[in-house]
Design a protein around this ligand. Sequence first.
Ligand code: COA
Ligand code: AMP
Length: 634
Amino acid sequence: MGYREIYSAWQADPEAFWMQAAEAIDWVRKPSKALFDENAPIYEWFSDGMVNACWNAVDRHVEAGRGDQIAIMHESPITLSTKGLTYAQLQKRVASLAGALRMRGVEKGDRVIIYMPMIPEALEAMLACARLGAIHSVVFGGFAASELAVRIDDCQPKAIIAASCGLEPNRVVHYKPLLDAAIDQASHKPEFCVIFQREQEVAKLIEGRDFSWHGFQYGVKPAECVPVEGNHPAYILYTSGTTGQPKGVVRHTAGHLVALQWSMKNIYNIEAGDRFWAASDVGWVVGHSYICYGPLIAGGTTVVFEGKPVGTPHPGVFWRIIQNHRIKSFFTAPTALRAIRREDPNGEWIRRYKLHDLQALFLAGERADPDTVKWAQDHLGVPVVDHWWQTETGWAIAANPIGIETLPTKLGSPSVPMPGYDVQVLDEGGNPVPPGTLGAIAIKLPLPPGTLPTLWNAESRFRKSYLDHFPGYYETGDAGYVDEDGYLYIMARTDDVINVAGHRLSTGAMEEVLASHPAVAECAVIGVADSLKGQSPLGFLCLKAGVDTPHAKVVAEVVKLVRERIGPVAAFKEACVVDRLPKTRSGKILRATMAKIADGEAFKMPATIDDPAVLDEITEALRQLGYPQVATAG
Ligand code: COA
Ligand code: AMP
């Protein structure tokens, strides 16, 4: 069957479609049905099944005779090490860690925060939680202590599992002091911490609270897999919303397993024994779905990569790893390719390696600009699949499902909706618009298995953020259009979220930090186009009356503050002082108009603008910052 037949089969009978997909999962008790819609518009999947995620990702492959196959390949060009872990070794290590967590009281439903760099132990920690039915929440290493503290207070973990340090090419990231500061700042205190001591930096442990990874497991009884209900949360993953308070996206266990297994075969064309690599980080959704769970559920080999696309040590590192590990499907962010292309425009590094096993390159995390896609197509000679999804959905909303059939690629489009997703483009009134017309992209409810059922302890925020605006739909927060052939085009966010180097960031969160500076009366942060990172944040500050601190000093201080409070990942490096911010008559800051001016895009003078002259002041400030292409109203 081709894509169209499969999509139609899902449309005709979604229940049968997902019950059939569920057969690829090992159940302790099979679910009686797929969709649970009793609490619509809050939907659940496979709720009355009993299942264990770790069993499906690890143990069942050992049982099936794959114990000697490499499950996780660790590649760290930063520490110059390469190391493989078989499924049998992984099972042993995960059962042991889970046993030790259980000895200290971690049980089904307890939360555990994981704050670790790209080492296999990060996946082991996730899987150990899954083994016990504990709910993990992985926090990205590039966040500052206060971001970690916010997450500690929100999900109230019983334990935190961390490493002593992370390794960026130019510095050691001292995780332990960040962890200690976060626990100090948080009102909730974990009962204990487990620290994996890396040889690059041995952290000082706090007696009675901190245990070392190995010592903690000494002599413990390995834990078996604990069956959990299908709607038991597997994890919480925080993502940026409009405000500084991140959204705790919840993932239910059974839908997660079924959807990931389906996607591995049908989207990525990966089956047991195949080798798959997603060059992302476990702190992001890509890391959850396609570094840890997806490839392992499918019985494949996954790569844990600690490095960067360039500079560790050269722009050929991706191709070297693809060659050496005979990777079949590779997944990265467009920004990584742009970084490589900048250093290797003619693909000379690509030609040094034999990429015979590579069948496709997958891109996601931000819009894949046609130039970059074309460059990759020309130099790699394999299909380049842009696919579109979000932390909330956990797997692709739209893709080119090469495991089913390779559809014609259209540059600038992540292709077509996947089964489970009825994607509609709506006008402000919630009415579908004709092909070619820009609108808000929404998905008709219910969302498929594997997507978020709610936000952690915040159901009303879930409804308000995603369901209320267009009743009967999930609002994606993205705007775009669909063409005559049903291909989607994702053009921009409709909210204050920006995308910097494939990382999703909230301008609202940055504004909260800027506003906390004593000299700042008012501020705005916008995302401006960046040829490498897609977007980069730019701040505008209005100072309080009577402040005579030099502007450059205030700017330097707010840049430092954002790094301290949100973290280096915010990449907030630029701001300027202005007298006023452009606003509507009702006082709303015209951020989108400011962004258009900075990007040199034609824009219409907003009808509701309070004082058009302010836009001239903004334009002048941008010119002085070195934005040559500033636009004027058309
Ligand atoms: N822990 C601590 N700090 C981190 C970090 C981590 N895990 N990841 C990034 N940072 C820091 C970086 O060191 C950098 O700090 P600096 O300001 O001291 O230089 C800052 O956060 C910004 O990092 P980044 O945005 O990654 O920029 P970069 O200049 O280091 O690298 C790219 C640019 C394009 C090479 C890089 O962003 C990249 O590989 N992007 C791909 C992202 C990706 O795969 N996203 C997954 C989504 S699917
Ligand atoms: P995240 O939740 O971090 O995965 O970010 C999700 C957001 O990134 C989406 O809502 C989009 O704005 C953007 N995004 C992800 N993939 C794509 C893509 N293929 N094309 C365009 N935008 C994308």
